[in-house]
Design a protein around this ligand. Structure first.
Ligand code: IPM
Ligand code: MN
Length: 365
């Protein structure tokens, strides 16, 4: 029997509700595979500010350090927006966590589920046969962390800096990822303007020499943003710096039809990882039991795959989600009111998915 310790950090807003849904699915996984999960809950973000006066208490960091993976909900909300910038949940918890564990590789996965094509803001003709994209975003460098930076009354600046080794290691992740998918990497930069992008493009080409079976192309960020809504089917893996990847992954999330569906993995060289939904805390619907748990559930699935090498369990959860959607179950964000759909809350959606994880015959049409 394999045992894994999971640090569970539900955070704020819908975080705790969707986390409960994800745990339900992990329990179903335990019944199918010879594995046992131990959950250690810790406060983070606004919840930690309210209780401990700080968004990332030492205690929470310790729980993370002693675990095999971190399952993260989301942090932030209007309640803490009056605080000084560096004390707010995002800047005070999420960014330091990424830096502390050197989670340099952020994988954000977007695909369109066939029964949800109508929910995408893109026209059917543009979507064609859908899309399936992995954004590989550099997460611990670039303008997010560059020094010096300063905020004065009449001027302010940030520093965008990339070291060659930082570009090399994220490019490797992108090529490796593509080799297990459809074999294509699109690297995004702004090398017609930025020096950091010139180094980025040059380095990506160098790393590519070790992956000649992978197709590589380059797009400027502005063009990439346009191509993503013009013809999303052209992309397999998108490789991007911290800020460009941030922007493109939100755009990708939007065209899948619901922000509530997108999972992500943030991993370091040791494949220790933090797994979180892309969507955020959704304060407007928090506490109502109506949030879509799929992003959190698929984030847990990514944890199984990337940190615990449980690829088959990942596929099983993925199929269970697809089957649940096929069977017409819908949280409010993906409900159209068509015949055959059933509107359900967070926990019912999660338990329907958990049920199908346990069902050996979970075949998708
Ligand atoms: C994300 C978020 C964060 C980021 C914010 C909350 C700091 O937008 O994870 O994409 O910009 O990285
Ligand atoms: Mn973002």
């Amino acid at each position: 029997m394999r045992r894994f310790k999971i640090a569970v950090l539900p955070g704020d807003g819908i975080g705790p509700e969707v986390m409960e849904g994800a745990i339900l699915v992990l329990k179903a996984v335990e019944k199918v595979y010879d594995v046992e999960f131990q959950y250690r809950y810790a406060d983070v973000g606004g919840a930690a500010i309210d209780r401990w006066g700080t968004p990332l208490p030492d205690e929470t960091l310790m729980v993370c350090e002693e675990s095999d993976a971190i399952l993260f909900g989301s942090v932030g909300g209007p309640k803490w927006e009056h605080l000084p910038p560096d004390k707010q949940p995002e800047r005070g918890a999420l960014l330091p966590l990424r830096k502390h564990f050197d989670f340099f590789a952020n994988l954000r996965y977007g695909k369109i589920y066939e029964p949800l094509i109508w929910a995408s803001p893109l026209k059917k003709e543009v979507l064609g046969s859908g899309f399936d994209i992995m954004v590989v975003r550099e997460l611990t460098g670039g303008i997010y962390f560059g020094k010096p930076r300063e905020l004065k009354d009449d001027f302010a600046y940030d520093t965008m800096i990339y070291h060659k080794w930082e570009i090399e290691r994220i490019a490797k992740v992108a090529f490796e990822t593509a080799s297990k998918r459809r074999g294509k990497v699109t690297s995004v930069d702004k090398s017609n303007v930025l020096y950091t992008s010139l180094l980025w493009r040059r380095t990506v080409e160098e790393v590519h020499r070790n992956y000649m079976d992978i197709e590589l192309n380059h797009l400027y960020i502005d063009n990439a943003a346009m191509q993503l809504v013009k013809n999303p089917g052209q992309f397999d893996v998108i490789l991007a710096s911290n800020m460009f990847g941030d922007i493109l992954s939100d755009e990708m999330a939007m065209i899948t039809g619901s922000l509530g569906m997108l999972p992500s993995a943030s991993i370091n060289e040791e494949r220790f990882g933090l797994y979180e939904p892309v969507g955020g805390t959704a304060p407007d619907i928090a506490g109502k039991g109506i949030a879509n748990p799929v992003a959190q559930i698929m984030s847990a699935a990514m944890m199984l795959k990337y940190s615990f090498d449980m690829d088959e369990a990942y596929d099983r959860i993925d199929r269970a989600v697809a089957k649940t959607l096929d069977d017409g179950l819908r949280t409010r964000d993906i409900y159209s009111g068509k015949e055959g759909e059933k509107l359900v809350g967070t926990m019912e959606m999660a338990s329907e998915i958990a049920k199908r994880v346990g069902d050996n015959n979970a075949q998708v049409r």
